[in-house]
Design a binder for this molecule. Structure first.
Ligand code: HEC
Length: 118
């Protein structure tokens, strides 16, 4: 009987959370529900963004090889700082490119917040 009660409570909590978050989504456009809903890992989330957005500058040659786990981790604070800058600001990344989406920026922040999952 106790088990049954728990089973009934869980969906109710789920519905409340859903209502709460959908309300927020219409209020602020900067939330990134996709990035928050799951654990961000380097191989599946961070690396593909680096390969799409930061190549070829950071994948070949002398610039930091941000597609390598250790190097991306080592540069995470500078990376977050730079991708959050305005396109015209000094040090903005991707250099000469377009500002990344809020969701993609959130991937880097979440990766750090989650403790750098591989
Ligand atoms: C068009 C080439 C180009 C692209 C694309 C680019 N960068 Fe850079 N990046 C540079 C250059 C050149 C420097 C060194 C000059 C400086 O510090 O601004 C640099 C420096 C950096 C640094 C400082 C550490 C280092 O390697 O010297 C970080 C961190 C960085 N970039 C992150 C990124 C991220 C993250 C992306 C993708 C979202 C990106 N960059 C895309 C050219 C690029």
């Amino acid at each position: 009987m106790k088990k049954l009660r728990i089973l009934l409570i869980v969906p109710v909590i789920g519905i409340f959370q859903f209502c709460g978050s959908s309300k927020k989504a219409t209020e602020t456009k900067t939330t990134a529900p996709v990035a928050k809903a799951k654990t961000i890992s380097f191989e599946t989330d961070v690396k593909p963004i680096v390969m799409n957005t930061c190549a070829p500058c950071h994948t070949v040659g002398k610039k930091s090889h941000l597609f390598e786990y250790d190097i991306a981790k080592e540069h995470i604070d500078e990376t977050i700082e730079r991708i959050k800058k305005g396109e015209a600001d000094r040090g903005f990344m991707p250099k000469n490119g377009k500002k990344m989406s809020d969701a993609d920026i959130a991937v880097f922040e979440q990766w750090k917040a989650n403790g750098f999952a591989k």
